[in-house]
Design a protein around this ligand. Structure first.
Ligand SMILES: Nc1ncnc2c1ncn2[C@@H]1O[C@H](COP(=O)(O)OP(=O)(O)OP(=O)(O)O)[C@@H](O)[C@H]1O
Ligand SMILES: [Mg+2]
Length: 380
């Protein structure tokens, strides 16, 4: 960066909450923001220069990319390939389509992690049902079957404990290139860690957090994780190695399984700001969203350390169907220290991520009870 900094424009492919919170961080640094998404779902409204259109149309993509210094994605499924194909040389696309290609496919992703020496659950890429049966018996008759592409919030996975269930999983989840079969991991906790990495190779690592799922969906995140110092150090090394393995530029969310002895396995990677990193807005010196923006612009990265002893984030999931109407917001605001984030989605449906609450405190127990209390008051 020169001493004289002109204010760049970033283009975000996606109109959801991750794009919205990245845009808010960018705008606070004077960075201009454009968004392109196929539908107007709400979170993108009023933030920067909004285009709603078919992002698979080369003309629409070219018009969007033109004038951006950097184009980024809020989801691994956004068409970064097309952005790269139509950009002029002055525009960068981060993360690259090469990184996205590895991460989108759960089999390719697991192979890349394994090749980098990063511990992962035992897995087999199965091209046929008979190979899946062989993996099922090799992994002790308890496995998780995973669709290679397109899953989220646990949709696309099935725990399999019998050959009958394996048949069902194969029918429901296999694609032309088959199915991923993983050994079932008897983890004691699920953890996550965010890494921000710039194109010059500078990286910062956020504190390790404990993530609790309800019905396969992230419910609460506690920072820092109550794991041992050794586990935290190992997670740091593994997260940095994972960022290198997929050559990410931008934010990378790394999900882990913690075993009874404190050892870690990497479950999966997300090449973008991550739900389990939302606590960083209030709890860290520099949020995941700000460091995402800084890293894609190759600006110096901010301090990723906690600036408070503890923080808990609880997701606000939709409880009804239809147009959004909120009750309980004011009551929740009465809980001191509760930071309430509402994503501005026009429509709600059961379990849709509609917002989150973060509470910082001197200990995680206090943060947890206040965050749960505030979240339980808000009906979206
Ligand atoms: N090998 C495994 N052993 C035990 N449980 C697993 C295994 N793989 C996944 N799970 C459970 O299923 C959840 C969802 O799995 P995964 O993260 O692969 O799914 P996803 O739908 O792609 O991701 P996300 O929920 O992060 O959007 C995990 O958080 C974990 O609770
Ligand atoms: Mg996951």
């Amino acid at each position: 960066m020169n001493n004289e900094t002109s204010f760049p424009t970033i283009g975000i492919l996606g109109g959801g909450q991750l794009g919205r919170m990245s845009a808010l961080a960018a705008l606070s640094m004077g960075v201009r923001v454009k968004t392109l998404s196929p539908t107007a779902s709400g979170p993108e409204a009023h933030i920067g220069d909004v285009t709603v259109g078919d992002w698979n149309d080369p003309a629409i993509m070219a018009a969007f990319v033109n004038g951006c210094d950097v184009v980024t994605v809020e989801s691994e499924w956004a068409p970064a390939e097309l952005a790269e194909a139509v950009r002029d040389p002055a525009t960068a696309v981060w993360p690259s389509s090469k990184t996205l290609k590895i991460i989108r496919h759960k089999g390719r992703q697991k192979k890349a992690l394994e090749a980098a020496g990063i511990p992962v659950p035992e897995f087999q890429i199965c091209g046929s049902l008979s190979e899946a049966k062989e993996a099922f018996s090799r992994f002790g008759h308890r496995v998780v079957a995973k669709k290679f592409e397109g899953s989220y919030d646990g949709y696309g996975n099935a725990t399999v404990q019998s050959l009958k269930e394996l048949d069902v999983a194969w029918n429901d989840l296999s694609s032309e290139d088959g199915l991923l079969i993983e050994s079932f991991v008897p983890f004691t906790r699920e953890l996550a860690m965010m890494v921000a990495r710039s194109s010059s190779g500078e990286s910062v690592v956020y504190p390790l957090v404990w993530t609790e799922q309800k019905d396969h969906r992230c419910h609460a995140v506690t920072a820092p994780s109550p794991s041992s110092d050794r586990t935290q150090q190992v997670a740091r090394k593994m997260a940095l190695a994972a960022a290198d393995a997929v050559s990410v530029v931008g934010l990378l969310g790394v999900e882990f399984f913690e075993l009874e002895n404190g050892d870690l396995l990497v479950n999966e990677l997300a090449p973008r700001p991550h739900n389990t990193g939302h606590f960083t807005i209030e709890a860290c010196h520099t949020s995941q969203f700000e460091n995402h923006v800084r890293s894609i612009l190759n600006w110096p990265l901010g301090d990723a350390n906690l600036q408070v002893p503890a923080a808990v984030m609880v997701n606000l999931l939709g409880k009804r169907s239809g147009l959004v109407q909120t009750t309980g917001l004011e009551a929740a605001m009465g809980i001191s220290g509760a930071s309430i984030h509402i994503y501005g989605k026009h429509e709600t449906r059961p379990n849709r991520k509609m917002g989150h609450v973060t509470v910082t405190a001197s200990d995680s127990g206090t943060a947890r009870s206040k965050a749960e209390q505030a979240a339980s008051l808000i009906i979206l």
